[in-house]
Design a protein around this ligand. Structure first.
Ligand code: PEP
Ligand code: MN
Length: 330
């Protein structure tokens, strides 16, 4: 439950009163208007609500049957400055797996912007399965991306891999990406939430939908103004595709929970020829957009070349998605 304090409350005293009743009290969450909320867990103790409401300094006590009340209230749209990811127009997030050089990201951004792509993706910090694989160009790549995006009127979406990198990524990016491998890194989620920037939250490769939503709750309860969920395939039994794209979960988030969810068919399949059909399927299932890996010389890409589309293929996808949206094909 959430205990909200009166403006005049003595927080330490309220904490003492709650602890005395055997309740667990988490770190306080401070809203923009200064209101303090205390997350309170009951553990094995049961205390009557009106007893808590009677504690001096307590304004309200909110309980919920849902473990993710903020996600439940989130709604289908995330605003990023003047741009929006939501149900109206499918968002196209595209760019290379890794940002390799200033010239590379500028070339790709230029080509994508010309096809109407508004969101530039690219990894500066790469979570690679092998420690011997390219690990990303680091902080410098954040600046290259920012410059390319500004030059071509795009927004930057990029992954933050470690708690210590949050300030740098928050300085240069518009949307902070939590990668699949970090969806359950709760210390990182808290730190990213505190940056107060919109977040793109990838589903872990073996996470249930409920675990994914709870990861979103971590972000929102620590200050993230909005979360875009991203399905990128879960572990399947069949190596024919890199992962197993769970469009059922996409439809569930979009239609049952009313949340903004996008699909990454690049990491889901690992195969270039499957990206366009699955991007269309994603939009038909209710996705608010797609994230597509793009490279202008995939055979020389430092990571994930086999799943990269050429910018011209992204242009084709951009036209397709616009036509689907106009024709009500979602
Ligand atoms: C990525 O989008 O760059 C990435 C590493 O994807 P994932 O976390 O889904 O593997
Ligand atoms: Mn990749």
């Amino acid at each position: 439950m959430i205990v909200t304090l009166k403006q005049s409350a003595d927080e330490a005293r309220v904490r003492g009163e709650l602890a005395r009743r055997g309740l667990w009290v988490g770190a306080s969450l401070r809203a923009l208007d200064g209101t303090v909320h205390l997350p309170v867990g009951e553990g094995s103790t049961r205390v009557k609500l009106d007893e808590l409401e009677g504690v001096e300094g307590v304004a309200t006590v909110a309980t919920s049957d849902s473990p993710h009340p903020l996600v439940d209230r989130h709604g289908p749209t995330v605003r990023v400055g003047a741009a929006v990811i939501g149900p109206r127009v499918p968002a196209l997030v595209a760019g290379p797996c890794s940002v390799e050089s200033e010239a590379q990201i500028d070339r790709i951004a230029r080509a994508l912007a010309a096809s109407g792509v508004g969101w530039l993706r690219g990894g500066a910090f790469k979570p690679r399965s092998s420690p011997y694989a390219f690990q990303g160009a680091g902080t410098e790549a954040l600046r290259w991306m920012r410059r390319a995006a500004d030059a071509h009127g795009m927004k930057v979406v990029t992954e933050v891999l470690a708690e210590g990198d949050v300030p740098a990524v928050a300085e240069w990016a518009d949307v902070l990406q939590i990668g699949s491998r970090n969806m359950a890194n709760y210390a990182l989620l808290k730190q990213v939430g505190r940056a107060s920037k919109p977040v793109l939250l990838k589903r872990a490769m073996s996470a249930t939908v409920e675990e994914w939503l709870l990861a979103g709750e971590y972000l929102l309860s620590h200050g993230a103004p909005g979360v875009v969920f991203c399905e990128r395939g879960v572990r399947g039994f069949d190596p024919s595709t890199r992962n197993l794209l769970d469009l059922g979960a996409v439809a569930l988030l979009a239609h049952a929970y009313g949340l903004p969810v996008i699909v990454d068919p690049s990491h889901a399949t690992g195969r270039r020829e499957l990206i366009l059909p699955l991007a269309r399927a994603a939009i038909a299932a209710g996705a608010a957009g797609v994230m597509i890996e793009t490279h202008d010389a995939p055979e020389h890409a430092k990571s994930d070349g086999a799943q990269a589309l050429l910018p011209g293929q992204v242009a084709e996808l951009s036209r397709d998605l616009a036509a689907m949206a106009a024709g009500g094909g979602r």
